[in-house]
Design a protein around this ligand. Structure first.
Ligand code: IPM
Ligand code: MG
Length: 362
């Protein structure tokens, strides 16, 4: 019997609870089929935590996450909290949980699903073969540097500082090289070394670390050029590593190449096996509560958790295969359906995936 893994579950806001419920059904099914065992505990986080506890990241939620082996997160945020002060914004909770849990690395795969090729706004021939991963540094840079306002010679000024130290760059670089080693052994490091001092340190450090990974072919690319090349030749990228803000922007761009943001999962990792897993999409307040959201990104986030945190590759494969089968059979939620009148709901999609999970491939 496998040992019991503790999963901290954060339903969050908007469609978060709906998509998480389907992912948990999938997780339950893998207990039954593969004999894995999970113990789940739910915690408040984001907008709902602001409403109920007066803070986006209550101490008890943070403690719950720290005691767990992995965190599954739905989505947070919504217009209701958009005009709140900084302390009372869901985004502030998101940055705090990343920092507090030491999740310095954010992994966002962007894969084109064959059966959804036409969902992208780009031409299918440009996208052909696109399968890339953005590895984004998540706890440093301008997001976490000192921020303040002051009176300058021309009136009010605002300052955001971007700071990176060598240790922060080294650890994310190593992780990216290691991921590249498991794939096609190509790594693109993205910076703005022609302008920014932090980028010059980034590039120097990545070059130094690359000596330990001679089997990986390293390319440096300036962020503006990278943004352009992602649209021009997306399939030429494999693993992209970059700093926090560039990664925020490029990972959204990469997600959109696929045309189906409702399908993409992500992992935030630290030094050990522990990780936080969440769909790339947001809380979609416009469709929340209608039972029409797409649970696939969250379901695939469970597969990513099984792979990266637990090493349960058999169950991860079974989930990914089930998703593919359900899509190949033509089932679609509204966001990815061509004929919207035939779209199915959130629980129907979850049920179909659960039903398609089997131990052995055909
Ligand atoms: C993301 C989001 C967050 C970020 C926001 C909501 C703070 O855009 O996870 O990419 O910028 O990191
Ligand atoms: Mg973002």
């Amino acid at each position: 019997m496998a040992d019991v893994k503790k999963i901290a579950v954060i339903d969050g806001d908007g469609i978060g609870p709906e998509v998480v419920a389907e992912a948990l059904k999938v997780m339950k099914k893998t207990e039954e089929i593969f004999g894995y065992r999970f113990e789940t505990e739910h915690g408040l986080f984001g907008g709902i935590a602001i409403d109920e506890k007066g803070t986006p990241l209550p101490q008890e939620t943070l403690e719950m996450c720290k005691k767990s082996d992995a965190v599954l997160l739905g989505a947070v945020g919504g217009p209701k909290w958009d005009n709140n002060s900084k302390e009372l914004r869901p985004e502030t909770g998101l940055l705090a949980i990343r920092k507090e849990l030491g999740l310095f690395s954010n992994i966002r795969p962007a894969v084109i699903f064959d059966c959804l090729k036409d969902a992208s706004t780009l031409k299918p021939e440009v996208l052909e073969g696109t399968d890339l991963i953005v590895v984004r540094e998540l706890t440093g840079g301008i997001y976490f540097g000192e921020k303040f306002r002051r009176e300058g010679a021309n009136g009010l000024e605002a300052v955001d500082t971007c700071v990176y130290n060598v240790m922060e760059i080294e650890r994310i670089a190593r992780q990216a090289f290691e991921i590249a080693q498991t794939r096609s052994k190509r790594l693109a490091s993205v910076d703005k070394a022609n302008v920014l001092e932090t980028s010059r340190l980034w590039r120097e450090t990545v070059i130094r670390i690359s000596a330990d990974y001679p089997d990986v072919e390293l390319e440096h690319i300036l962020v503006d050029n990278c943004a352009m090349q992602l649209l021009r030749r997306p399939s030429s990228f494999d693993v992209i590593v970059t700093e926090n803000m560039f990664g925020d922007i490029l990972s959204d761009e990469a997600a959109m190449l696929t045309g189906s943001i409702g399908m993409l999962s992500s992992a935030s990792l630290g030094e050990g096996a522990f990780g936080l897993y969440e769909p790339v999409h947001g809380s979609a307040p416009d469709i929340a509560g209608q039972g029409i959201s797409n649970p696939i990104a969250t379901v695939l986030s469970v597969a990513l958790m099984f792979r990266l945190t637990f090493g349960y590759h058999d169950a991860a494969e079974a989930i990914e295969r089930a998703v593919k089968e359900v899509l190949d059979a033509g089932h679609r939620t509204g966001d990815i359906a061509v004929d919207k009148s035939k779209a199915i709901g959130t629980t129907a999609m979850g049920d179909l995936i659960v039903a398609a999970i089997r131990k052995n491939p055909k």
